[in-house]
Design a binder for this molecule. Sequence first.
Ligand code: ZN
Ligand code: ZN
Length: 396
Amino acid sequence: VSAPQGAAADVHAAIDRAVDELADALWRMSLAIHDDPELAMAEHRAAARLAGAIEDAGIPLERPLGGLETAFRGRHGSGGPHVAILMEYDALPGVGHGCGHNLIATAGLGAGLALCRAWPDHPGTLDLVGTPGEEGAGGKILLLQAGVFAGVDAAMMVHPGTQNLPVRHATACVDVTMTFHGRAAHAAGSPEQGINALKALIHTFTQIDSLREHILEDSRIHGIVTKGGDAPNIVPELAQGKFLVRARRAAYLEGLVERVKDCARGAALAAGARVDFEQGLIYAERKNNRVLADRYARYFAACGETLHTSSLRGGTGSSDVGNVSLELPTIQPYIGIAPEGTAGHSHAMAEAAASERGRLAMLHAAAAMAHTAADLLASPALVEEAWQAFRTSEPD
Ligand SMILES: [Zn+2]
Ligand SMILES: [Zn+2]
């Protein structure tokens, strides 16, 4: 498949051949990462596997990167245009690769290796960036702050799901841990001397439920109790809850998270307890670049994939790729690997991430990203079109 404003037809044909040649090795790598899940920011073996494959291909590698032990970057070529392909490889507690990041890793790796093999003297710069800690640690936000994306014209990655979606919206999100401090006492013998930290946490939940009625739709607040006391005959002196607060836009989220904290402050005051907060990095909403998405969709469809259309409304997750997407033209298309209705972060999704359908979708995504990146490297005009779309569009 060739398109106007892009690489020559023989480059695209060579990319398809390279993906075929790399397919078995990519799938072995994907299964190896899948079978050896590592949590956010502790993905040492996955990072070593991916970085090793990049070095073996003769691509100069930097590791660690941006102050993160499990981040890395392979860089091929020099000058502009400058394209970055992103990889994730962190897993979840309990459900392993229930978010399928092993497929993100090898789709990105495959795209980069195929492009460099098919077009060793391509114009411009291709970065293969290993971005750790998507599940809560905000790896891409930290890499952005460290300047890793400076000068990059376009960033792309894919994410597993239940449908093939070139674009999808995402909510802004932040995590808050609330720790309530009270005073222990015998719950029957001298309760009047106790300060019940658990009551303060329970009332925080009910205050948040009251708040919910008066916030913008599309906002989400959900929490769990991670510590609620040690024994029923001791007034709990320490209670802890973890909350996620989400909203359509980060700007609104910043105010909303303060109101959620006020719920806790009020509940603590009422109980005579004290509360402190530990807040994570804000994951921003997503600005999908239509120029990149259209190009990717064309190549993904050419692999025999059926594309779906996102409603761009309703329930969705959040990702630190949103922060990248507010800085430069970015896409994170979804690849359907599991039947409709399969929950993300589930054992079923983890199974799909090691399935035959997962393998095919990963290889098709690798090809589609390699073709898209080749067109961008070949065509400063296409890159300018992507920047123009970036400047004139709002987040989804
Ligand atoms: Zn996830
Ligand atoms: Zn994920």
